[in-house]
Design a protein around this ligand. Sequence first.
Ligand code: ADP
Ligand code: MG
Length: 255
Amino acid sequence: MSASKTRVLAVANQKGGVAKTTTVASLGAALAELGHRVLLVDLDPQACLTFSLGIDPEDLELSVHHVLTKGLDATEVIVATDDGVDLLPATIELARAEADLLTRTGREHVVKMALEDLEYDWVLLDCPPSLGVLTVAALTAAQGVLIPLQCETLSHRGVGQLLDTVHDVRRFTNRKLEVWGVLPTLYDGRTNHARAVLENISETYQLDVIEPPIPKSIRFAEAPAAGRSILGTSRSHRGADAYRAVAAGLTKRSR
Ligand code: ADP
Ligand code: MG
């Protein structure tokens, strides 16, 4: 498959704790189960994705910041994981890379450049909890953006700001960027409130809501300690199955 067939999806929301990283790890594992070749990219200096896939950032000599700021080839940094996906890992040095990039010409394009010529069916980008240069670079490299959202009061206040950023990216660096939708996470279906918040968001912002919602479950918090996503630790679990269903839906998007 040629590199141009690769689907690049940014998972973004400047709010922390909405399950961006969990979504990237779980969707990645689900797509791999379906036979797709998957690369996950950790773009958060906290390196939670890297850590949750069983890799200790402290053991890494090379990481994504060498690719983004020093021109190293991504293939020299990518590692395989037990979840059947490849990972372009991060370390805390990415925080410095973010500062370095601020004064660089072409900084919005560094992620896109890093992904050129890689042979994957899917690349999922785990964005940091900010709308800074790394998120903008991720949106510039992506065809689609998925917005995980915790359905609680006011948790959606930042969505407008994120959509403003998407709009700017479309104007200046990536005309084809599409919002694929909002993914309800940490969802407690027992409350009418959660459903009401969701409806309000899709109406206010005219966004698609991706089904099914991801249920709230303690299993999600346990998986990273095992160095696997929930699909690896709990083969049949409603949380894992929800991500499998979302992944199957993503593969049906025409492109
Ligand atoms: P983000 O990347 O947006 O900051 P994380 O993916 O790190 O969010 O998730 C934040 C916390 O919520 C983590 O402790 C994670 O294990 C937990 N979590 C994620 N999804 C769920 C879920 N569906 N149910 C319960 N806990 C979850
Ligand atoms: Mg995260």
